[in-house]
Design a protein around this ligand. Sequence first.
Ligand code: GRF
Length: 217
Amino acid sequence: MAKTRVAVLISGRGSNMAALIEATKAPDYPAEIVLVLSNIADAGGLDTARREGIDTAVVDHKAFGKDRAAFDRAMHELLVAHKIDLVCLAGFMRLLTPEFVGLWSERMLNIHPALLPSFKGLDTHKRALEAHAKVHGATVHFVVPEMDAGPTIMQGAVAVRDDDSESALAARVLTVEHRIYPEALRLVAEGRVTVVDGRCLIDGKPVPDAGTLMPPA
Ligand code: GRF
């Protein structure tokens, strides 16, 4: 069967993108990354993608000034030109217009470094520590117009340690991100994820709880 054609949108180092690329190398993986698109011309992840022989593109948001719709249209045209089936946001630091999100409804995934709906937005690890959270983690979800919302496809948890620093916690969560994003993309590409009443079902069943993905210490 033809593989699902995926574009990864990045703004930075692209470690989640790299994890997705690695996963696609397994012969039975149902998706292939055919385009890496960045809004930042010198995003580190672009070099990684080029080394892997993947097409890259830059759509510089600054060239569009305040016209978010025009920026999104430029990205959409590239995605269509590459015959993209699914979009993965991976550290893509631009808000998207509802129109763009609507065009990719249930075909656009995001990874967020927190157990949503807790800690939407930025500085999630710092805020989790300040809130004395005992459990923290990451969420892969379908993108909806509201930021860091949308049906959860997969979550992975880590225990927060008493002596955790922001960077130590971030590193442990990132390890989880690199596990769950490829797994979530696999499920979506295999057509096993449905959205019913605003929540995801996998093979018709509720998404497993995040603790089942907690990596062994
Ligand atoms: C990750 O923590 C991701 O969850 C968040 O932005 C960060 C991107 O890191 N959305 P990377 O570029 O994938 O290394």
